[in-house]
Ligand binder design. Structure first.
Ligand SMILES: Cc1ncc(COP(=O)(O)O)c(C=O)c1O
Length: 402
């Protein structure tokens, strides 16, 4: 049986202190600035929605980065289109020379993500797409907030997709936006049961990490209801990885029958009510704290040693010299690690892009989201440092479980 180590601090935002702090002057450039908006349950579903409505044929080619997660490829496959993978550079910018060589008369769409929240040269990509008659799909799954080339994120693409759940305290939520084209694709609204589950899941995640404690009693009925429909996976803290433990791919959450499902009203409400300036400020602060701490860590280096203006990071990506030596130990100490691109699309030639193959293996991402408390952040830093310094003692667990 596969053992999943527990995450002792939250990997993604939890409903807590920053929620409902928004006031009239509270705004930062974001996907919400686009005049055309459609809510979805996930970014991948928004991607499939737009691909479905572009009137493409199966031989039409969708240009995707060789550094990707399966949630980016599944929408292309589900629309029976042909993925063509292109190279990235070591700073995760699209390799335009390589991209140009891969163009054929069937090339129709360029999907380019702002990896980890760090922007592509979006105005250049816009010009490239105009010159080659491509539709530019700006993948903002890692960049809900930010600005580049003097415009809000999502401005340069014909369409942009976002992954609200990575930036707001909700368990699911995505969006499709556009500054250039109308969006009136038919969607169906979430059922009352889906709404209730979305609400209860958010609450449960927050309570698991000791937020909203005063509400625990009030919502115990909702937790019981949810547990009846969807049993909670429990796992105990094992500080030593079992012999031969290997990570397994997680469910990318892409359900083709949900492509036309609108996001829940709960997710939209939380997105609207959350304080944008606090999210942005805290994420940038946490990133810089991790950046400073990482200078003392042996055997690794940050992918982005600077945090440019206008970047609101999704995570803190760290390039490991020897990932296999530390991955299991970090995981089993309870540190949440996100591994974007850990499992690349099997249909892609592994030699397509040596940088992507290398990053898939060597980049670990640590959370820097706005709801990490300073205690949680410090514990994570201490634990990572302890393990990377090859300290043989078991690191102290974060004391949140009774
Ligand atoms: C770059 C990128 N694009 C798109 C997606 C799909 O987003 P979602 O998880 O909201 O379906 C992901 C998922 O993590 C992603 O990393």
């Amino acid at each position: 049986m596969h053992v999943s180590p527990p995450e002792l601090i939250p990997k993604s935002p939890v409903l807590g202190s920053l929620f409902l702090h928004r006031n009239a002057t509270d705004a930062y450039p974001s996907l919400l600035d686009a005049p055309q908006q459609q809510s979805h349950r996930r970014g991948s579903l928004a991607l499939a929605m737009v691909l479905r409505h572009l009137h493409l044929n199966p031989e039409d080619e969708i240009l995707l980065p060789a550094y990707h997660c399966t949630a980016m490829v599944l929408p292309v496959i589900s629309c029976q289109l042909t993925p063509v993978f292109y190279r990235i550079q070591s700073n995760t910018q699209v390799d335009l020379e390589d991209l140009e060589q891969r163009l054929t008369s069937h090339s129709k769409v360029l999907i380019a993500p702002h990896f980890f929240g760090f922007h592509q040269a979006a105005a250049r990509l816009r010009a490239f797409c105009d010159a080659h008659r491509l539709i530019y799909l700006e993948d903002c799954a890692h960049a809900f907030f930010g600005y580049c080339d003097e415009q809000p994120i999502g401005f340069h693409g014909d369409y942009a997709i976002g992954s609200n759940w990575k930036f707001f305290p909700i368990n699911e939520g995505g969006c499709l936006v556009s500054h250039r084209h109308p969006l009136d694709y038919p969607t169906q609204s979430a059922s009352p049961v889906t709404e209730l589950k979305a609400f209860v899941n958010t609450l449960e995640y927050s309570l698991q990490y000791q937020r909203l404690r005063s509400l625990r009693g009030i919502f115990s009925w909702a937790m019981r209801l949810r547990n009846r429909t969807q049993p909670v996976q429990s796992s105990s803290l094992a500080s030593v990885p079992p012999e031969g433990w290997e990570p397994v791919a997680t469910d990318p959450g892409f359900q083709v029958n949900e492509v036309n499902h609108r996001g829940t009203r709960w997710a939209s409400w939380v997105t609207q009510q959350s304080s944008q300036t606090m999210i942005v400020t805290k994420r940038r602060q946490n990133y810089l704290i991790l950046l400073r701490a990482s200078q003392q860590w042996p055997g690794c280096r940050p992918l982005h040693p600077d945090l440019p203006e206008g970047v609101v990071p999704h995570v803190f990506p760290l390039i490991m010299d020897n990932p296999r030596q530390y991955f299991a130990r970090l995981k089993f100490s309870g540190v949440p690690i996100i591994r974007f691109g850990e499992f690349l699309w099997e249909g892609m030639d592994p030699l397509t892009c040596p940088i992507s193959a290398d990053y898939s293996r060597r980049i670990f991402q640590f959370p820097c989201h706005q709801e990490l408390s300073s205690r949680e952040l410090q514990w994570m830093i201490t634990t990572i440092s302890h393990i990377l310094h090859d300290n043989p003692a078991t690191p102290a667990p974060f004391g949140i479980y009774p």
